[in-house]
Design a protein. Structure first.
Length: 253
């Protein structure tokens, strides 16, 4: 079992916790519970009610998502010691898990249950803006973790790369990217919905899919010179995270 000092040291490097006042952080660690999962066991499952967040003490976990229309889940990332997951429950109560996390090897975790977090906020209402201020960084960090080129990147470099991700607001009806154009960025939908179209040889556009919150698209632009193979148009006002190929290439040097 970790000591109080060890718990505090682990939390202090995470975006959600590192800016907390020392007294609040010292008390927060008292709310944490330590739990373990054997290799192969599901820790959280996509679609289940989210009621807490997890910090990895040791071991590795795989993040996967089952996409509508596909028979097998898609592996998105591998999480290591010192990383956090389930933070949407931490920031937005009563939501559903957007992904499944499975232990690749024995996992030791610290969990902060939603009810405990609410008690903590009630006692320290002044820390709520601190968590709100770091919410965007957490989401951007997870956006980068979805991109395969960054899955093995160390945490420090990932957090630095967060600064290169910009937020883009696209109104309903506007194209986000066009089939045939050069790919210069990849996108993640933070909110809203977008539709994917592909033009056939006769010039007719066929609808391929509707993308919603959490959908990643255009990522092939980071690793290939091929032109866009489809058009993506906002069905409703969309808030997007955008990472340019130029910033991606700079991160590799």
């Amino acid at each position: 079992m970790m000591t109080i000092d060890e718990r505090q040291a682990l939390l202090q490097v995470l975006p959600s916790f590192r800016n907390l006042p020392p007294t609040a952080l010292q008390e927060l660690v008292m709310y944490l519970q330590e739990i373990s999962f054997p290799a192969g066991e599901v820790v959280v499952r996509q679609g289940d009610k989210a009621d807490g967040l997890y910090v990895i003490q040791s071991g590795r976990g795989e993040v996967s998502v089952l996409v509508k229309g596909e028979s097998a889940p898609k592996a998105l990332a591998v999480l290591h010691a010192g990383e956090i997951f389930g933070e949407l429950a931490f920031l937005k109560m009563n939501c559903k898990r957007s992904a499944t996390v499975t232990a690749l090897e024995p996992l030791k975790l610290m969990v902060l249950q939603g009810a405990a977090f609410l008690r903590f906020l009630k006692k320290y209402p002044s820390v709520r803006p601190v968590f709100a201020a770091t919410a965007e960084e957490l989401r951007i960090y997870n956006f980068l973790k979805l991109l395969s080129p960054f899955q093995a990147l160390e945490q420090r470099r990932l957090h630095l790369l967060c600064d290169a991700v910009r937020t883009l607001i696209v109104p309903a009806g506007q194209e986000i990217l066009r089939q045939g154009e050069a790919g210069k960025s990849c996108y993640l939908i933070r909110s809203g919905r977008a539709e994917v179209f592909r033009r056939d040889a006769a010039g007719l556009e066929n609808s391929l899919a509707v993308l919603s919150e959490g959908a990643l698209f255009g990522e092939e632009a980071l690793v290939t010179e091929a032109p866009r193979n489809a058009t993506v148009t906002a069905l409703e006002d969309c808030k997007l995270y955008v990472l340019s190929k130029a910033d991606f290439m700079r991160s590799r040097t």
